[in-house]
Design a protein around this ligand. Sequence first.
Ligand SMILES: C[S@@+](CC[C@H](N)C(=O)[O-])C[C@H]1O[C@@H](n2cnc3c(N)ncnc32)[C@H](O)[C@@H]1O
Length: 216
Amino acid sequence: MRTLKRLLFAVLAACGLLSFYVFWWFTERYSGRGPMSYTMRWILHQPLRRLVHPVRPMLDKFGVRSGATVLELGPGNGYFSIEAGRRLGDGGRLVCLDIQRPMLHDLRGRLATAGVTNAHPVLGDAHHLPLADASVDVAFLVTVLGEIPARPRGLAELRRVLKPGAILSITESLTDPDYQFEATVRDVCRASGFTPRDHHPGLLGFTMNFAAPPSR
Ligand SMILES: C[S@@+](CC[C@H](N)C(=O)[O-])C[C@H]1O[C@@H](n2cnc3c(N)ncnc32)[C@H](O)[C@@H]1O
């Protein structure tokens, strides 16, 4: 009888959590877009995410290699940043640019705890990247594109800061209320001068890589 009660409690708790998640998803998606709320930041680090977004294999797909200069646009509180910084090593540099100061504050704390010194949290907006022309080897965005109001403007900025032929990697996930469909991502990137390179389907989403134009 006790086991049955526990089981019932577990099922009710799981249903409650799921309902909360679905409610949050629909509210975020259909009640005016904008950056993800800071109060929901815990969702970015909840343990089940490892199943959908395994960090190391995904960094492989983004093309993050030792010694490179990498822009992580919209890192939030750093689900990918620590491992990315480690992978880049002493000769590499990771710029973590986010529009939300509190997210960057959390990220700074995580980087310090992990002893990662080559990752630099920067407060900024995708529409005006504070980076030099042709200075970046790889730029990656995970569940960020849909939060940028003027996507062509943001992509023009990415094109400006990426070196000719460099990689722009975009990951979208159905778990994100601002999910962008594959065709939308492909079309908007093509229209901004990027060439599709490779495509990686994933659990509940995809990663698409593009090459920056050879010259501007
Ligand atoms: C859904 S979170 C994803 C965070 C992280 N990429 C991850 O996968 O864990 C989106 C992040 O993009 C940031 N963001 C949204 N619009 C932005 C903009 N215009 N410029 C820079 N960052 C932006 C938000 O502040 C937020 O931290």
